[in-house]
Design a protein around this ligand. Structure first.
Ligand code: CAA
Length: 257
């Protein structure tokens, strides 16, 4: 695993920390591949039910590594399939991934936070797509996920001006699910992740898949997917256990089956 990425296990939660402080956690291949490797090992670990991706208390990630790409020609980006080749790994993880963002989440930093299933922000978080200031545009989904999260007007405003928005504005416009005091971000995010990880893992994965369908399909198709998945949940031992436990007024013991 990359030296710039630290993976830790906290009970049933896998915590991935981006740790490249000298470059404000700028995202080079080493960091992105390190995140991918950590996701792959947590995904394969039956004891892990939820994953948290974070940076430091000062910076989540200040974007793609500008030094790495500044001299690129077209073929340097096109041939190795820059971004698609390894950044998309976050999107394909089937277990839930929470971004815990403190400090700057700019450019590719904001984009990898948006690839996660939800964002919890510290009070000091700052989000932005400043690529326009560099003579380029967001390349890891910023122009696509931001409008879906915050609407066209605010996405245009952020991508065209390159300004930053604070945690309060990001929560108000729907980018951020919850805000925590900066020194409590990891503790609170891990607590929420432990709640998720205690549920039935197949059901958690089905919920993630169903909510994501809302972004990928029409309402009618999404409702059909949800209904069929709901029907399929009756084939699970955990559904029997969850409803029996409710009826018997006890805590369920899910076995991920
Ligand atoms: N890539 C490479 N290095 C970066 C970086 C980046 N994205 N962001 C910061 N750094 C480096 C700086 O070069 C500096 O290194 P040195 O000490 O060796 O000079 C170090 O991190 C500290 O940065 P600053 O001195 O600039 O710190 P600051 O506190 O004054 O400013 C900041 C903080 C506002 C975040 C500023 O660093 C900044 O604007 N960074 C660039 C943000 C950006 O443009 N991100 C988009 C990148 S493009 C992209 O992401 C494309 C995509 O969609 C995939």
């Amino acid at each position: 695993m990359s030296e710039n990425v630290i993976a830790e296990t906290h009970g049933k939660v896998g915590l991935i920390r981006i740790n490249r402080p000298e470059a404000l956690n700028a995202l080079n291949n080493e960091v992105i591949d390190g995140i991918g490797d950590a996701l792959t090992s947590f995904e394969a670990d039956a004891g892990i039910g939820c994953i948290v991706l974070t940076g430091s208390s000062k910076v989540f990630a200040a974007g793609a590594d500008i030094g790495f790409m500044k001299d690129f020609g077209y073929m340097d980006a096109y041939q190795p399939d820059f971004i698609t080749r390894n950044w998309e790994r976050i999107r394909t993880c089937r277990k839930p991934v929470i971004a815990a963002v403190a400090g700057y989440a700019l450019g590719g930093g904001c984009e990898i936070a948006m690839m996660c299933d939800m964002i919890y922000a510290a009070e000091n978080a700052k989000f932005g797509q400043p690529e326009i200031k560099l003579g380029t545009l967001p390349g890891a989904g910023g122009t696509q996920r931001l409008p879906r999260a915050v609407g066209k007007a605010k996405a245009m405003d952020l991508c065209l001006t390159g300004r930053m928005m604070d945690a309060a504005e990001a929560e108000k416009c729907g980018l951020v699910a919850r805000i925590f005091p900066t020194d409590k971000l990891i503790e609170e995010t891990l607590a929420a992740a432990q709640v998720i990880a205690a549920y039935s893992l197949p059901v958690v994965m089905m919920v993630k898949e169903a909510v994501n369908r809302a972004y990928e399909s029409s309402l009618a198709e999404g409702l059909l997917f949800e209904r069929r998945t709901f029907h399929a949940s009756f084939a699970l031992d955990d559904q029997k256990e969850g409803m029996a436990a409710f009826s018997e007024k006890r805590k369920p013991r899910f076995r991920n089956r």
